[in-house]
Design a protein around this ligand. Structure first.
Ligand code: SAM
Length: 324
């Protein structure tokens, strides 16, 4: 039993089933026992998963080149900051050191009040806690988590709150009975925060996710749990012992971005982004190495990025007060 199993079981036993959002937030971010707050490291080959950020230096070099080209498009912008949301292990720090790099993590680092530049977010939005709704009898009900016979289990709650209902009706207007849908209002709130502080510049968000048109492919929702590089569907077991993610609704982010004054939005596969950045010099600067062995290692990183992650991840580019 993980320490958080006891914490959450006690909470449910005292007050009844809790919203899934509360379960996910506690499982990932409980101080001390949350998956991202424990002493042991979830990232990398000995951990549970790896992200593109662990493919250094190639990913860092390519993303720094992308940020640099966006800065050039803005006419050089002397006061240019590179803010990273969910900087994790700070793996982008060496690559972004040529910029005024501001990493933002839970309780570490703050987004500036006003700035010009780029907001970079790799696998940030998919790690935010979500509400889970179920389509039932022509409306949406909130899914809760209960505790019985030493196990967590799903409990169908009341009709969802107005904001969640509005979101669900907008993105899935005619769901099949029983369809599950995650509602990520935190992602929209983060975008609002960014929009209110970014005077001029770009957001680069890399994640896996879907557009509203593709949502129909996920009648069981997209919640996923990771342990030792294996995707598991039971997100309720071992809270704090495994990652929990939800695919990002890119249409919802783009819609909100347009409402918030972003004028350019572009969604593409990560491989396309990497090819555009790398093609300028046929990836020569991304693969620059001091030895043949090093060059082999970097070539492998590039292949993993292009042919592995590049196909499953997408890049969302949002521009505010900039020319395309
Ligand atoms: C899946 S990890 C990705 C880390 C890193 N970007 C990478 O690609 O390796 C998500 C990160 O977002 C951070 N995060 C989640 N909620 C946050 C918040 N409200 N403020 C700042 N960081 C947050 C987590 O602590 C975690 O490090």
């Amino acid at each position: 039993m993980t320490p958080l199993t006891a914490v959450l079981a006690a909470e449910i036993s005292a007050g009844g089933p809790i919203p899934f959002r509360r379960f996910m937030e506690t499982a990932l971010y409980h101080p001390g026992h949350g998956y991202y707050r424990r002493a042991s490291d979830p990232f990398g080959k000995d951990g549970d998963f790896f992200t593109a950020e662990q493919l250094q230096p190639v990913f860092g070099r390519l993303m720094a080149a992308l940020a640099g080209s966006l800065r050039d498009k803005m006419g050089g912008a002397p006061e240019f900051s590179l803010v990273e949301l969910g900087a994790g292990r700070m793996e982008m720090a060496p690559a972004f050191s040529a910029f005024n790099y501001i990493p933002v993590e839970k309780e570490r680092g703050e987004m500036p009040e006003r700035f010009t530049g780029v907001v970079f977010a790799n696998e940030f939005f998919d790690a935010l806690p979500v509400d889970l709704l179920a389509a039932r009898g022509g409306t949406w009900r909130e899914m809760l988590v209960g505790w019985r016979e030493d196990r967590f289990h799903w409990v169908e709650g009341d009709e969802a709150a107005p904001r969640q209902l509005e979101y669900a009706r907008r993105y899935l207007p005619a769901p099949e009975e029983g369809t599950l849908l995650e509602v990520n209002l935190d992602a929209l709130e983060w975008l609002e925060r960014v929009a209110s502080r970014l005077e001029r510049g770009w957001v680069i968000a890399i994640d896996y996710g879907y557009t509203a048109r593709e949502l129909i492919r996920f009648p069981e929702g997209t919640l996923m749990s990771y342990r030792r590089h294996t995707a598991l569907e039971d997100v309720l077991s071992e809270p704090g012992g495994r990652d929990i993610t939800a695919h990002v609704n890119f249409t919802a982010l783009m819609d909100r971005a347009m409402e918030l004054g972003f004028a350019h939005t572009r969604l593409e596969r990560l491989v396309q982004t990497l090819m555009t950045v790398g093609e300028k010099d046929q990836f020569a600067s991304a693969l620059a190495a001091g030895s043949d062995a090093e060059r082999t290692r970097l070539t492998l990183q590039l292949k993993t990025l292009l042919f592995g992650m590049g196909e499953t991840f997408r890049t969302l580019l949002l521009g505010k007060n900039v020319r395309q």
